[in-house]
Design a protein around this ligand. Sequence first.
Ligand SMILES: [Zn+2]
Length: 231
Amino acid sequence: MMLDNKIKIKMYTKQCCETMSYHLAEGLIKKYTSICYGIPIMDGGDSYIQIFFCPWCGKEVEKLNKCQKKSVILKSNIEFLDMATDDLNIKQVLKNRQTKFLFAFLNNTNKRIINIACGILLERNVSSECLINAIAQKKVTSIYGKTSLLNLLSMRLLPVEYLPIIAKMLYTSNKNLMRSAFTCVTNCFKDNKEVEQMLKAWRDDYCPHNSTGYQLANNYLASSYGAKTHP
Ligand SMILES: [Zn+2]
C-alpha cells in the first residue's frame, strides 16, 4: 500500500520551506544521501541533477542538513508512525533501524508500534543484556514498553545481577507491569534463595493484604517451600 501523501509530507516537515516539503513528498525532488538533494531525471534510470540551494526559498541545502539533528529525524519518524495505519508500513520503517535506535519506539503511545518493535527485537534475538540495559538506562520508560520487554525476558534464564533491576518493577501501581515483573522474577531466576527473600519483603512491606501481588507472592512462596519440604 502506498503511503498517504499527508503522512509523507509530515515526514518532510523539517525542510527549509513548505514547498520543498511538498515536492519531496511528491517525489519531484529526492533526497539521495543525508546531504544530497536532487531533481530526478525521468529517463528510466537513476540519474539526477544535484541541487545546492532550495529552488523556492533559496536556502543552502547543505546548511539545512547540518542543523538537522538525529533526534529530530527520529522524532519525525515517530510522528509519522503514529499516523501510519498499516502494520506493514510500520514494520518496514522499523526494520531499517539499528537495534539501539529501536528502543526509542518502545516509548510510543501507540501499542501496535511497541508490539511490532518488540517483534523485531525477538526476530533479531537481541541479547538479554541489551534488553535489560534498555530498562536500567531508562531508554524505555513507558509502562507498556517496559511490560513488553519483561515479557521478552521472561522466556530466558538470566544472571542474578539482573534481579534487582527487574524486582524494582514489582514496586508499581500498574497491575500489568507488576504481573510481568513477577513472572519474570519467578521464571528467570529459578531456585534462587534471593528471590524468595525478595518476594517475602515485597509481599510484607509493599502489597496490601489480599491484593493480587500478595496472592501471587503467597502462592509462589507456598509452592516453592512445599517443593523443598516434600521433595
Ligand atoms: Zn525551501
